[in-house]
Design a protein around this ligand. Structure first.
Ligand SMILES: [Zn+2]
Length: 288
């Protein structure tokens, strides 16, 4: 029994080491060939994952990192299929993974939340989410997560399984979080999903809005045909994004801007007052 046990353990350890080494080699190779790295956007703020510009897995949303002085906070987690790329990107910027203290989740679609579980395991960070999204993160069905229709639409492979995990802190609309040199305000704007959150970071008068899939560059909105998305909710809650004097608008996909971010939010607000379905993101998901 003992010998068998030892032999099996030895085999397992070797298999783990082999896969780990293989994974590291792939990362190294990709890095050497393509010079992949995180991208510093502005003082304290980095893009550390993005499928669209191939910083990480093609299915990842934009994943941002904020250095708030006393630690690091991630905004969203990516799809969870190659989380090592995101972690490696953070290391490449000279940061230590153990300093990631918070993961501010904007909503529970797989491209944003699928990586929560793995990042939590690797960093021990606290996952923060609004009430509705927190419940989905813990036990949402494929239908509730919008995954069924997303798989049917070819956005995720048929065999993708959402890794559920338990959030550490539930936040409400208007709640403020002190993060070192930043004051962070939670702004919940249902419409793209039932509990979608934007996070407004302020430091010395400069205001950065992580707008997730609620509003994108040029005021397009993230309206979709999945469970939880609602034009009526957009109409009802979009006013929460008015008069915020946002400078940088950093959304979950597509372009971002460092100045006059409020203009893009105002455009969405105005479009939602008109008679037509407002301009929404493209028919195809960005990772195609
Ligand atoms: Zn989404």
């Amino acid at each position: 029994m003992d010998i068998k046990f030892t032999a099996t353990s030895f085999l397992s350890i070797n298999l783990i080491l082999f896969h780990r080494a293989k994974g590291e080699n792939i990362i190294k190779k990709r890095r050497e060939i393509f010079h992949l790295d995180a991208m510093k956007i502005i003082e304290d703020v980095y893009m550390v994952g993005s499928g669209q510009i191939r910083l990480s897995n093609p299915m990842d949303c934009h994943v941002y990192l904020v250095d708030y002085g006393e630690g690091l906070a991630l905004i969203d987690a990516g799809v969870g299929l190659e989380t090592e790329f995101i972690i490696e990107n953070i290391r490449e910027e000279g940061y230590e993974v153990k300093d990631i203290r918070y993961l501010l989740l904007t909503h529970c679609h797989a491209d944003h939340a699928g990586g929560c579980k793995r990042i939590k395991e690797l960093t021990n960070c606290k996952v923060v989410a609004t009430e509705f999204e927190a419940t989905l993160l813990e036990r949402g069905t494929d239908e509730e997560l919008g995954l069924d229709v997303a798989k049917r639409s070819g956005i995720y492979p048929e065999n993708y399984v959402f890794p559920h995990c338990r959030p550490d802190r539930v936040v409400r609309n208007g709640e403020e979080i002190e993060l070192g040199r930043y004051r962070v305000k939670v702004i919940e704007v249902p419409g793209h999903s039932k509990g979608s959150a934007c996070y407004l970071f302020s430091r010395e008068g400069y205001r950065i809005l992580f707008s997730s899939d609620v509003v994108f560059f040029d005021g397009t909105i993230g309206l979709g045909n999945w469970s939880g998305s609602s034009l009526e909710d957009y109409r009802r809650y979009i006013h929460r994004l008015s008069n915020l004097a946002v400078d940088a608008l950093l959304p979950g996909h597509f372009l971002w801007t460092l100045k006059d971010g409020q203009k893009h939010l105002d455009k969405a607000i105005e479009n939602l007052k008109l008679a037509w379905v407002p301009p929404a993101w493209q028919h195809r998901h960005p990772h195609f």
